[in-house]
Every structure is written in structure tokens, then in C-alpha cells.
Design a protein around this ligand. Structure first.
Ligand SMILES: [Zn+2]
Length: 384
């Protein structure tokens, strides 16, 4: 049976609230013997509604319990979380604000209510208020890593990269993860902003910081080569592009396009650069052939040679190629114009796919998760 995640969460919350209720009552019984340590019958009615996926009825029952017993703090937290999960953030905010207004609220409950209220604001898109509360919680040392994770996500959404760098650095001290690589991505974002305003000095400084944070991200290398082009240093750019082809052959489509901006497609310099990269990285041939087919860039003789080998290894394409008498330019143009060769970028974390390269997945927010996905088909149904 597939259980809806919000339903499962609701049931968990209510069971947790019941546990809290029982503990609270057992503690009370030490001093008074008049109250039972068994949750009221309505409680089970509410739980039944949740199990039947009748969240409206469950909420009504839980609300009536909360109203009858204002001391049952856990039920209020369960209600607040359920409202937030349902997108009813106004009601969730009211519940948590009411809890915080209680002068007798225990410290741990006050901290929990503050965190929950910050989560409500985040869900409601009230980023300034959420940020202020998460900062307050971090300063108080309450749920620091969770609060920092939320802060990082707020700064990423607001594209406030300097704040994101600060928060991510603090998080790196508390939680293992690819923080250095992500910080390098933030610097690349700053470099990209500088590029858009034609501030090449700022772009260079940000790329240097990105490299300082992590040498492992190809985006920084790609942007350093792009910066060299912007500064008319073509020989440095070509050297960097060639190194990228060798280290990350799956980026062939992006690099080949850029190399075509540096040289004439049939130039000896382009052939020499590609031949050198192929000598150092034989795996590049397959990537280069597919990239050239998808991007309609097959005029160069070295590229054409990789296409010839690729086609020879794929009988379905070989038949098609015969019709074009090994004229790869014409073949590539046909594949391209009919959409039989397509370059896509696919997120390795969630499968999101787009025609343009993304460095942060718009669907799951993962960084550097895009993989080149080139699909070449001889006809609509035959995929190579
Ligand atoms: Zn994704």
C-alpha cells in the first residue's frame, strides 16, 4: 500500500502528540491522582480520520481536543504542522504565535514554537521573517544545523550568494556534505552576475575564490576559459577548453560549441586542438561524435572522423548514413533539423530534464547535478 507522505506525517504527529500527552499526564499524576494517563476517546477518533485520509475531520477533532485542554501543547504543535503541510500557513502561524504568547510555556516548547513559526513563514514565502527567526535560533544555539540549512535555502532562493557562503561555511562545521563544492558554485554565481554587468575584474576575483573553495567543479574551469575569451586571450581559452575536454569528455557539446567560436570550423588549429585532446583522452571520441551530431557541428575533419567511427558502431545509423553517401555534414543537418539528434541536460538526482544547462536543478535544488543527455535516433522509434 502506498501511504501518502502528508498522511503518514499526520499520523506520526498525532501519535507523537499522544505520547507527549501521556508523559505529561503521568508526570502530573505524581502530584494529583484525579486525571487519567489515557488520551481522550476523541483522540482515537481523530487518529482514525487521519488513517482514513480524512484530514478535514481529523483536524476538526484535534481542534476540539486542543480547545478543551489548552495545556495539551503537543496537540497544538501537531495541528500547526498539519496546517502548514496543507498550505494553510495563516492558521499554522496563528497556532504557533498563540503558543509563544503563553507566559508559562516551557523553554523547550518555546524553542520548538519559534522553529515551527520560522518554518511557517518559510512555507508562506515570508523570507525576511523566516530569516530573522532562524538567525535568532542559531544565535541561541537551538537546532543550529536545521536552522542553518533553512537559512541556506532562503539565501539561495533570494540569490544572496555572499550570505549563502557565510551560512554554508557555518553549516560545514556541523554537518558533513559537499559544502566546499557548493560554496564554489556560489562564487561562480557571483562571477556570472559580474559577467552580466561586464565587470571582468569582479568576475576574475569570484572565479579565483571559487577555485580556492574547490578545484573539483568544472563550472569554474569553463567560466575561466570564457573569461579568457572576454579578455581576448584566445590561446589561454583554447588551452583551458582542451583541458576540459580531457578531464570531462561528457562536456564535449558545450566545449565544442565554444571552440567553434574561437576558430573556423575547418581550421587546422581546431583540428590540432581536438587531435591533441583525443590523444590524451581516447574516451572523448564517442562524446565528441554525439555532441557534433546533436549540435550540428560536423564540418571539422577530426570531428567527422569521430562521427565515422560512431556510425560504424551503430548499424541503425550506418544504414541511414549510406543514403547520405557518408556526407556527414548533410547527415548531421538532417538529424538536427528533424529533431532526431537532441541534446538535453538531465538531473542525476531527480530526473528533471531541460534543453539548457542548469547548475542548480530547478526541481530538486541540487547543485552540479546536470548530466549531458544526448539522444540520437535513426528514426522515431530506434534509439541509439
Ligand atoms: Zn533535480
Amino acid at each position: 500500500m502506498v501511504v501518502d507522505s502528508s498522511l503518514a506525517l499526520g499520523v506520526l504527529l498525532v501519535v507523537a502528540a499522544a505520547a507527549g500527552w501521556v508523559i505529561a499526564r503521568l508526570t502530573t499524576r505524581r502530584t494529583t491522582t484525579t486525571r487519567s494517563a489515557v488520551p481522550p476517546a476523541d483522540f482515537y477518533r481523530g487518529l482514525n480520520h487521519l488513517l482514513r485520509d480524512e484530514s478535514d475531520k481529523a483536524l476538526a477533532v484535534l481542534q476540539s481536543i486542543a480547545e478543551a485542554d489548552s495545556g495539551m501543547v503537543e496537540i497544538h504543535f501537531a495541528l500547526g504542522t498539519l496546517f502548514r503541510q496543507r498550505g494553510e500557513t495563516d492558521r499554522a502561524i496563528r497556532i504557533h504565535q498563540n503558543l509563544l504568547a503563553r507566559p508559562d510555556l516551557a523553554r523547550r516548547h518555546r524553542e520548538q514554537a519559534l522553529f515551527s513559526l520560522a518554518e511557517d513563514y518559510l512555507k508562506a514565502g515570508l523570507f525576511d521573517r523566516a530569516e530573522a527567526l532562524f538567525v535568532q535560533l542559531i544565535d541561541q544555539g537551538v537546532q543550529r544545523s536545521e536552522a542553518l540549512q533553512r537559512l541556506v535555502s532562503i539565501y539561495e532562493r533570494q540569490r544572496d550568494w555572499n550570505q549563502a557562503i557565510d551560512a554554508r561555511r557555518q553549516l560545514a562545521n556541523l554537518l558533513p556534505g559537499n559544502h566546499a563544492e557548493t560554496i564554489a558554485q556560489y562564487y561562480c554565481e557571483i562571477a556570472q552576475q559580474a559577467r552580466e554587468t561586464n565587470d571582468l575584474a569582479q568576475m576574475r576575483a569570484a572565479l579565483k575564490s571559487a577555485r580556492g573553495a574547490s578545484r573539483n567543479i568544472v563550472r569554474g574551469a569553463l567560466m575561466r576559459a570564457d573569461l579568457a575569451i572576454l579578455k581576448d586571450d584566445v590561446s589561454l581559452a583554447v588551452k583551458l577548453y582542451r583541458k576540459l575536454l580531457e578531464s570531462t569528455p561528457e562536456l564535449a557539446a558545450l566545449v565544442l560549441l565554444r571552440l567553434h567560436g574561437c576558430f573556423d570550423a575547418t581550421s587546422a588549429e581546431l583540428s590540432r586542438t581536438l587531435r591533441e585532446a583525443l590523444r590524451r583522452q581516447p574516451e572523448l571520441a564517442n562524446h565528441l561524435a554525439k555532441a557534433a551530431l546533436a549540435a550540428d557541428l560536423s564540418q571539422n575533419d577530426v570531428v567527422a572522423e569521430t562521427i565515422r567511427t560512431y556510425i560504424a558502431d551503430n548499424p541503425a545509423l550506418a544504414t541511414l548514413s549510406e543514403n547520405y553517401e557518408d556526407n556527414y555534414s548533410a547527415l548531421t543537418e538532417m538529424l538536427h533539423s528533424l529533431g532526431l539528434a537532441r541534446l538535453q541536460f538531465r538531473c542525476r538526482e531527480c530526473g528533471y530534464s531541460a534543453g539548457d544547462l542548469f547548475w542548480q536543478c530547478p526541481a530538486c535544488q541540487s547543485w552540479d547535478s546536470a548530466q549531458t543527455d544526448i539522444r540520437i535516433t535513426a528514426e522515431a522509434t530506434t534509439e541509439i
